[in-house]
Ligand binder design. Sequence first.
Ligand code: ZN
Length: 425
Amino acid sequence: MIRKATLLLFCWFWTIPALAQFDLLLKGGHLIDPKNKINQRMDLAILDGKVAAVAPNLEATLARRAIDLKGLYVTPGLVDLHTHLFNTPGLAGVWAGDSSVSADAFSFRTGVTTMVDAGSAGWRNFEYFRHSVIDRARTRVLALINIVGFGMINDFAEQDKNDMKPEEVARLAQKHKDIVVGVKSAHYQGTDWTSVDRAIEAGKLARIPVMVDFGYFLPERPYWKLVTERLRPGDISTHMFRGPVPYVDETGKLYPYLRQAQARGVKFDVGHGGGSFVMRNAFPAIQQGFYPDSISTDLHAGSMNAGMMDMPTTMSKLLVMGMPLQEVILRSTWNPAQIIHRPDLGHLGVGTTADLSVWNLMEGDFGFADASGGKIQGNRRLFCELTLKDGRIAWDWNARGAVDYKTLEPMYGIRKGIDHIVRPR
Ligand SMILES: [Zn+2]
């Protein structure tokens, strides 16, 4: 009788860990969650892939596993609004296919959990893009559909007015509304507004924003008209710091049309890329308080191996130009999520999907290049140490999620009943 009671008592204690409230606890990090107005040291607990609790002090014993993040920043997983991901073997020989990168190969290691493909595919090949790339990625991939049929197959195809079909884009946007978040117009060389206007027509039909890469800057259709007259509130002007965009007058003062356009509700997106970011535009803009609504990369094989590199590098440039850290995080998380009408993303409120990133804000002497050979020096630089997607570790630079191998069972790393170690004679 006594023995049975002891046994029961033992079982009760033994099962306590299984009753842990949380799967994972991130302890001691400094949380920046602009949507929820948090900018302080906070613990964050995860259960079933969702944020389960956020509080100044949560006991480590409440979770099956706790990770110490003292000295590091915790933010929502980044939402990169401008990437190129149509990376399929079948598209060899065309530039968006050649230059596109694999989402999972570049996202998590740079703190990005959501990537928006900016019109690499058009309405003719979008469904192929979905099946061959989007549905196969662990990264959350969303997309803008290009107004021309085959998207960015080459610059020539993007000039074909007869292939710009608002109804087709809107039909697909409706059919794939779980992943289509906008329409893209890009690289147009004509002296008229056809590419922009057709994209806006599609945006109206599908009730989604339009992103314009203004491409070739021509006197017949000046940039200031695009942002102050043509685009609707909520539409996006990407490549905002591109060379031909007029920023400052002869005295160095910012042109008022930029703030007027932003006040109208037009969204200014960085879209750094391989040729769309010059310090001589970005620096005075940031210094005079004209901030991007969203920070994005225009990630492709060219830009990632040049001055752009990745989201942390692009964010660090704006940081060292004088933008406060919480503003940089806001414009890389909650702002882009709102721009694409996805309020479920870009923040860490209780109940949201646990997509988050952990950062080391390094101090030192760092050089940052723009897309045209310009350079600035800075003393801070963001470095991604840990990324969680759906509450699971997707990138772990410092092995915080692993344990000392000597504490594991003697023969760990062998699949029981499958692998056999055959010892040498
Ligand atoms: Zn692009």
